[in-house]
Design a protein around this ligand. Sequence first.
Ligand code: ATP
Ligand code: MG
Length: 331
Amino acid sequence: MTSHPLLEVDGLRVAIRRQDTALTVLDGVSFAVGASQCLGIVGESGCGKSLTLRAAMGLLPPGIERTGGKIRLSLQPGAAPSEVQAGQVAGRGLAMVFQDSHASLDPTMRVGTFIAETVRRRGGTSRSDARRQAVELLASVGVPDPKVRFNAYPHELSGGMRQRVAIALALATDPRVLLCDEPTTALDVTLQAQILRLLNTARTERGLGMIFVSHDIAVIRQIADVVAVMYAGQIIEIGTVSDVLDRPRHPYARALIDAVPSIDGPVGPFRSVPGSPPDPIDYGSACRFLDRCGHRDTACEGVVNGIDGREAGHRSACVHNGTLAHGLEAT
Ligand SMILES: Nc1ncnc2c1ncn2[C@@H]1O[C@H](COP(=O)(O)OP(=O)(O)OP(=O)(O)O)[C@@H](O)[C@H]1O
Ligand SMILES: [Mg+2]
């Protein structure tokens, strides 16, 4: 087993082009993911979770581009991660699973054929062997009667079954790291639990690295080892699941976690933290949570950067890090 991370994101900056200006929406995002490790990413809508995954994949939407930082990916077991240039699709090393399985499946193709073609694109596989591997992949993600379902079109499958197929498709690229953007949010709780189990099995059996974006703290508890909290385009806290979810240090992380119903209560999206995040046009150098924080003082108006999530340990970007850790009231 290697000590190299599989994926390293170092000072990632992403900007949206608007006429002559570029609006920075991801600002110095850094983290690393190792073999069999799952990094959970949480944060309010618009904080940059999806763009982080898309930038890592090299699949940013038109008009949005990587303007800084490095993405490094280990393509062979034991190999040090090497740089993926901006604009280059990470390809075989990374695969992505979206909330909406329609985003990855082709409505005009039988699901098995699509998976088999994806297997063949890796090279060195005959047509019949690719078909056999596609059936095996469908079976491995719990699709019943995989030889029959091979011939189904996406619209003939239920939402849960389609999401399994989307995962099989992602695995067909033989990725080293799987990027999951709310893959269970559209599913009911039972299906969600099944998909989480299946992702966990794939991770352990294949030694996959994983990034899992979710609004649901209960889901993050089940699947992640390390949790990063994002706010306004930066990582503002990172640590193990129990560090961050049980002992959050940043007032935003604390408010976000306190806003979630207890683990015995209904599981759902975050209730809102009062106020709203700043518009990217207003991102300055001060703490971006300033206006919503009940603990602000002049120190928060100085330069406050996001944290480098590649370093080990429980850390937060709050200038009061540690001193507010105990007895902090949610704002
Ligand atoms: N295609 C796009 N065009 C213009 N702006 C975009 C686009 N996609 C994202 N943005 C902007 O970039 C910022 C980050 O968006 P992103 O989609 O990464 O957020 P998110 O954390 O994934 O939110 P959600 O929880 O709602 O999925 C937001 O300000 C958003 O409005
Ligand atoms: Mg998103």
